[in-house]
Design a protein around this ligand. Structure first.
Ligand SMILES: [Zn+2]
Length: 213
């Protein structure tokens, strides 16, 4: 495993949390994500690589924003089970997005990225093997360093609750309900996940070209 990268000198600006999917803008040159609305303007220099080039894409993508919107609607309607199931799907989708970016940052072309994501579908493998191979450290370690030490554990617990609800377990039997508390927890994780994945993107994907890697 290679050594973890030294912390970068820029600061990530978070988008406000206001009951909707946050809005980040991406530097097309280095992949840096910023929640600073000023960053949308192509005249503003990227704080990481200094470029002003090109149009800045919105993150997350529209399909994720649409899913986010529906989850919040179900939450408002008290549909706890649907909220947990869809929120877990959304978290796995943004993880996939992050891993895909990390692969690209390692120089993998589209064909390789597709092959890896197609063959490594299990979330346990993605978090336990793929992430450390790309980041040079465990997911839990990275989350903790970035200020989200509880996140991996809480995410795992909610995945287990979701799995127990969907599948009968030979050990505990089916879980009959995902209650309001589980749904509230899912919404909290959702808001945290955006921030954590932006931080991970800016740490493991965005590249100012000074690493020699
Ligand atoms: Zn940049």
């Amino acid at each position: 495993m290679r050594r973890p990268r030294p912390p970068k000198k820029h600061k990530t600006v978070f988008a406000p949390v206001d009951g909707a999917a946050p809005e980040y803008f991406e530097c097309p040159a280095c992949g840096f994500l910023s929640g600073d609305p000023a960053f949308l303007s192509p005249d503003v220099h990227c704080p990481l690589c200094g470029q002003v080039a090109g149009e800045r894409r919105r993150w997350p993508a529209d399909r994720i924003r649409r899913l986010d919107e529906r989850i919040r609607r179900y939450q408002a309607d008290g549909e706890s089970e649907v909220v947990v199931i869809l929120a877990m799907t959304l978290l796995e989708t943004i993880l996939e997005d992050l891993l895909d970016r990390m692969l690209a940052a390692h120089g993998a072309d589209l064909k390789v990225r597709r092959m890896v994501m197609d063959t490594q579908r299990a979330i346990g493998i993605r978090l336990g093997k793929l992430f450390p191979a790309l980041a040079g450290e465990e997911f839990e370690e990275a989350a903790s360093e970035l200020g989200y030490a509880d996140f991996p554990k809480r995410w795992r617990r909610l995945r287990e609750a979701r799995n127990a609800f969907i599948h009968d377990s030979p050990f505990t039997g089916p879980q009959e309900h995902l209650d309001q508390r589980a749904a509230d927890e899912a919404m909290m994780l959702l808001d945290q996940a955006y921030r954590l994945f932006v931080l991970m993107n800016n740490r493991f994907v965005a590249d100012d070209g000074l690493h020699g890697e």
